[in-house]
Design a protein around this ligand. Structure first.
Ligand code: C2E
Ligand code: MG
Ligand code: MG
Ligand code: MG
Length: 275
């Protein structure tokens, strides 16, 4: 990852891609205290049912309110956090905030499913299911209303351990979705054996599906595959009405994207619900 390939044998150092660059290591060392000082804020992106546009839930997406650098997107620090154990307290912090917000919305008459991203490193941690269970209890949350998003790569890194944790999470009653579907290398026979609820089609296929035939084929095949496996299918990255209409016509169940709404802080999301 520290070098960008330039064809056979050639590579240039690329600081942007290097998780061990000095700048990145400095950020990583600040992350632990960021979690303790509550510098992590959660933004919420609505997920809607495509048939009628009804709100079904929100995805919790973390940002870092960095004292010097301003609001950092997860792409700047999640890959770093995943190199160390800080990803665990970070995830639990996001999960706690998201469940607290879910409870506030439910108390105002809007029960919504909350989706939270779980990293591979955390999924492979034996303590993960108990930590999730404890937070569900703390916030009086209904496990059915929590969905954990797991990437394909997380499921195949160490399939046996991943399967064991997935089974324990499932036993808690939480929903499980495969995130960024199509970008990893999971075998379908492996996915078939997991107790999943949904596949999320990656932004990279959805955003060009109307202009790139191959992307459209991938999107439509994924919808058929998911339904044949008894799973629900969610499109990420819906950026215009035409794409939304095409997905709806193809039978895609749910979707999210800038066309529906961008991720928003809790206050803006509350206003979005009201209108
Ligand atoms: P993801 O889980 O696949 O989340 C979807 C990403 O697509 C989000 O980027 C979202 O803002 C973006 N997106 C939504 N609609 C559109 C659209 O219409 N067009 C395009 N081009 N993009 C759209 P974001 O918030 O920057 O998050 C990036 C990634 O960071 C997430 O991808 C997820 O893998 C990771 N991430 C975010 N929050 C957390 C977290 O709390 N824990 C962990 N482990 N990872 C997180
Ligand atoms: Mg996600
Ligand atoms: Mg995704
Ligand atoms: Mg992603």
């Amino acid at each position: 990852y520290s070098a960008k390939r330039l064809g056979a044998g050639f590579a240039v150092y690329d600081q942007e891609q290097d998780p061990y660059s000095t700048e990145r290591l400095a950020l990583l060392s600040e992350l632990n205290s960021a979690v303790r000082r509550n510098e992590l804020v959660v933004h919420y992106q609505p997920r809607v049912r495509l048939a009628d546009g009804a709100l079904v839930g929100f995805e919790a997406l973390v940002r870092w309110e960095h004292p010097r650098l301003g609001l950092l997107p997860p792409g700047r620090f999640i890959p770093l956090a995943e190199l160390s154990d800080v990803i665990r307290p970070l995830t639990l912090c996001v999960l706690g905030q998201a469940l607290a917000q879910q409870r506030v919305w439910a108390s105002k008459g809007t029960p919504v499913r909350m989706s939270v991203n779980l990293s591979a490193r955390h999924l492979l941690d034996d303590a993960c299911p108990e930590q999730v269970e404890r937070l569900l209890k703390t916030h009086g949350a209904d496990p059915k209303m929590l969905e954990l998003e797991i990437t394909e790569s997380a499921l195949i890194a160490d399939p046996e351990r991943a399967n064991a944790t997935v089974a324990r999470l499932r036993a808690l009653g939480v929903q499980l979705a495969v995130d960024d579907f199509g970008t990893g290398y999971s075998s379908l026979s492996h996915l078939k054996r997991l107790p999943l609820h949904a596949l999320k089609i990656d932004v990279s296929f959805v955003s060009h599906m109307l202009t790139r035939r191959e992307d459209r084929v991938i999107v439509e095949s994924t919808i058929a595959l998911a339904h044949n496996l008894g799973l629900s299918v969610v499109a990420e990255g819906i950026e215009d009405e035409a794409t939304l209409a095409a997905l709806r016509a193809s039978g895609c169940d749910e979707g999210q994207g800038f066309h529906v709404a961008r991720p928003m802080d809790a206050e803006a999301a509350t206003r979005w619900i009201a209108k």
